[in-house]
Design a protein around this ligand. Structure first.
Ligand SMILES: Nc1ncnc2c1ncn2[C@@H]1O[C@H](COP(=O)(O)OP(=O)(O)O)[C@@H](O)[C@H]1O
Ligand SMILES: [Mg+2]
Length: 379
């Protein structure tokens, strides 16, 4: 990414930054807008904030829209990707000033953000882990944005029908439920297979990063792993087979059929990807509830770095690598993990780091330092 421009994004009225390869460290006191900056880059990458579920807070208070644009290399060319986030109404996007559908921005600005909130990937609810997995799925293959939307829609419609059946039993509606079972299973199966294949790709990278970051021999002897957990048993589906999605559709249809009465009683879909989880293990114990604070940090970082590895491998072009963003994380890490993380990220083509105080960053990593207080004012 060679240029980033913000207009009325969060606390920024105007920000224009030229960015270099290698490491750039942004230093500013807390509340100055470091995370806002990082969030803008993440938004362009995923069309979604890494800290809020809705877009409204992204638009500077009192303004009608925010604009985020970035210039990136794509092969031989420069591409400018721009998204306009509307406080009200539909967002818009342009590529090289030509209007495009917003989703076409996905994949143009690959980026991985690691932030203190990512500790929730280890310690938080299943929704955190699903969100991480789905967002990486979309980053690797924008087609999954449609799969996610289809799954949500089918789930909403199926739930509405189940609620009707709960309130007023109706044999006519029950046959409509067959149709919705199928529609739901088809959308959900594509998502589940995508997630399970992604986890299989991630697994070796998660363990490699975890053991590289682990503080001492005792920690590093234990392997980190991630397993897809669902109330539906998918173990019979061979993920490497071409018909994995079709087989998964059958498994989901069977699973909802066997719970039909229960689901009508509850007026709710009880099984499916919206309820699944990624179980993280260190050795053979679950990280959640058992891992030390340091281990939890290593594992959360390992998850994001594993995603970054896959995006890097997907790109294949050394001039066209995903940006790695480390938002205010060095202050949280002990000195061993700081040094090991610093060593690891020096391979990155472009790393953006934020810190309240420059001295938090290991000296061999700092790179170019940008004093944000000199380029943007606080609000
Ligand atoms: N939509 C918005 N409009 C104006 N200011 C905002 C908006 N959203 C957040 N802010 C301001 O941005 C600041 C927080 O910036 P942040 O990037 O989180 O700081 P930090 O440098 O600590 O990471 C707060 O002062 C907050 O009030
Ligand atoms: Mg911050």
């Amino acid at each position: 990414m060679s240029r980033l421009a913000l207009r009325d994004f969060r606390s920024y009225d105007t920000l224009d930054l030229d960015l270099d390869r290698g490491v750039t460290t942004f230093v500013a006191p807390n509340g100055w807008g470091k995370t806002n900056l990082v969030e803008a880059i993440g938004y362009l990458s995923r069309l979604q904030s890494h800290r809020v579920p809705h877009d409204l807070p992204l638009v500077r208070a009192g303004q009608e829209q925010a604009i985020v644009s970035a210039r990136v290399h794509r092969g031989e060319r420069h591409v400018t990707a721009e998204v306009t986030i509307k406080a009200k109404g539909a967002n818009r996007a342009r590529v090289n000033r030509t209007p495009v559908r917003v989703r076409e921005i996905l994949g143009l600005v690959p980026c991985v953000v690691f932030a203190p909130e990512d500790l929730d990937l280890v310690k938080g609810d299943p929704g955190e882990r699903r969100g991480w997995l789905d967002s990486l799925l979309v980053a690797r293959n924008p087609r999954f944005a449609g799969v996610l939307a289809d799954t949500e829609k089918a789930l909403r419609q199926r739930n509405a029908l189940l609620k009707n059946l709960k309130n007023a039993p109706n044999p006519g509606l029950a046959s409509t439920l067959d149709i919705w079972d199928r529609a739901y299973a088809e959308a959900a199966a594509a998502l589940v297979v995508g997630r399970r294949r992604l986890l299989a790709d991630l697994a070796p990278h998660i363990d490699t990063h975890f053991s590289a970051l682990a503080a001492d021999a005792r920690e590093s002897r234990r392997a980190a792993s991630a397993q897809y957990r669902s109330r539906i048993d998918y173990t019979a589906v061979d993920l490497s087979a071409d018909d994995a999605v079709l087989r998964t559709v059958d498994v989901i249809v069977d699973a909802v059929l066997s719970r039909r009465n229960k689901e009508i009683d509850r007026g709710l879909t009880l099984v499916g990807p919206q309820r699944d989880d990624v179980e993280l293990l260190i050795g053979d114990v679950p990280a959640k509830g058992y891992a030390s604070h340091g281990e939890s940090w290593s594992l959360a970082l390992a998850l994001q770095l594993a995603g970054w590895d896959l995006l890097r491998a997907d790109s294949g072009d050394p001039d066209d690598q995903p940006v790695l963003v480390l938002d205010d994380v060095f202050a949280e890490l002990d000195s061993g993990r700081r040094a090991r993380l610093a060593h690891m990220v020096t391979q990155a083509e472009q790393v953006l780091i934020t810190a309240a105080v420059g001295s938090e960053i290991p000296a061999d990593l700092v790179g170019r330092t940008v004093d944000l207080t000199a380029v943007a004012s606080p609000r």
